[in-house]
Write a protein that binds this ligand. Structure first.
Ligand code: SAM
Length: 336
């Protein structure tokens, strides 16, 4: 007689949403200082307050054993973390993981794209907010556009299943590039997603002054291209459109104009090991103390994760008009 197999573990929240996707920030440090993401003078965490790579690997395995099938490594800039490749290799080997993906600013891809692909990274998101070198430097405060373009070329060469550009448009800053960025994506046979700017952390401008709705961007693109709405999903918050005759999918991540919370399937882990149940809320559970107190026992961490599902909020409520942001964490802390 064969024993009945144990039911597959699942993380279910109080609203019945299944959580099968984690985003893990492996560093709060970044080699760029994008104006919408960070303030000019950032103080970064001391090393011992950041999860070690071994702790990151351990935590991801726990989540995968709890039924998580997609892991996104992000930051800060994940590829500036020393020995990050080791972590990608560990995660890439996990049984039960369907997809290992990464979000990067592209600055390190020229040298790292091929090894990331070999480590098991399937898809890659590369942030790109301008094709004008001077403007690119202004938005990132320090970035070199040509280096990023060489990184994109290296990623194409490495042969990932998919490469998507992530673009945050800001009124009066780069919104006039919506179309040229799309045309670059079409020419390069890449996907592109437009992300509405979110009020995370206090930056040097008033968020509502630069807000561009994705509806306005869509209208702008439709003046030059036929966009056909598509039901496909990559398991994240983007809604997709296709442009017939091209390889390019156009995604819109619209936290303001089209709230996507009812289908939220993800949680985030900051580089400090804080489990955030929603990008737009401060509710969190600290996993680092448990990882450090019980180095050989996963039960307390598993119990904390299961318990945390009860406090996953129904949705975010970003309000761009507030003078100070409701969420004081920068995106670079939580991980985008
Ligand atoms: N350094 C990597 C990068 O640049 O892609 C990964 C981290 S970054 C925080 C992840 C994504 O978040 C980027 O695409 C970035 O444009 C986006 N992002 C950062 N701050 C944002 C904000 N306040 N609103 C909307 N998107 C933001």
């Amino acid at each position: 007689m064969t024993a009945n197999p144990l039911p597959a573990p699942t993380l279910l929240d109080q609203f019945g949403r299944k959580v099968d996707y984690i985003r893990l920030s492996i560093t709060d440090r970044c080699d760029f200082r994008c104006v919408y993401c960070m303030s000019e003078d950032m103080t970064f965490l001391p090393r011992d307050e950041v999860l070690s790579l071994e702790e990151c690997a351990r935590l991801v395995k726990v989540f995968v054993d709890l039924g998580v099938s997609k892991v996104r490594i992000t930051g800060g800039e994940p590829l500036v973390r020393k020995n990050a490749l080791w972590l990608f290799e560990q995660i890439g080997q996990l049984q039960g993981l369907r997809e290992l993906v990464v979000t990067t600013n592209g600055s390190q891809l020229e040298s790292q794209a091929e090894t990331l692909k070999k480590a098991g990274v399937k898809r890659i998101n590369i942030s790109l907010d301008s094709l004008d070198a001077e403007r690119f430097r202004k938005i990132t405060r320090v970035g070199d556009l040509n280096k990023v373009l060489r990184g994109i070329a290296a990623a194409k060469q490495a042969g990932f299943d998919n490469i998507k550009l992530n673009t945050v448009l800001m009124r009066g800053v780069n919104d006039d590039e919506a179309l040229s960025l799309l045309e670059f994506a079409i020419e390069q046979e890449l996907d592109i997603a437009y992300i509405e700017e979110m009020p995370l952390g206090e930056v040097n401008h008033q968020r509502d002054a630069t807000y561009v709705s994705n509806d306005a961007t869509l209208k702008r693109l439709q003046q030059q291209h036929t966009l056909v709405s598509s039901a496909e999903t990559t398991g994240g918050p983007a809604r997709y459109w296709r442009i017939p005759g091209t390889q390019t999918r156009v995604g819109f991540i619209s936290p303001h104009s089209h709230n996507f919370c009812e289908s939220c399937n993800r949680v985030r882990i900051s580089c400090k090991g804080e489990l955030f149940l929603c990008l737009g809320h401060d509710d969190k559970v600290d996993l680092m103390p448990l990882l450090r107190k019980y180095p050989d026992d996963e039960a307390p961490v598993i119990a904390a994760i299961l318990d945390a599902m009860r406090i996953k909020p129904k949705g975010h409520d970003f309000d761009l008009r507030r003078a100070t942001p409701a969420v004081v964490r920068f995106m670079s802390h939580t991980g985008g």
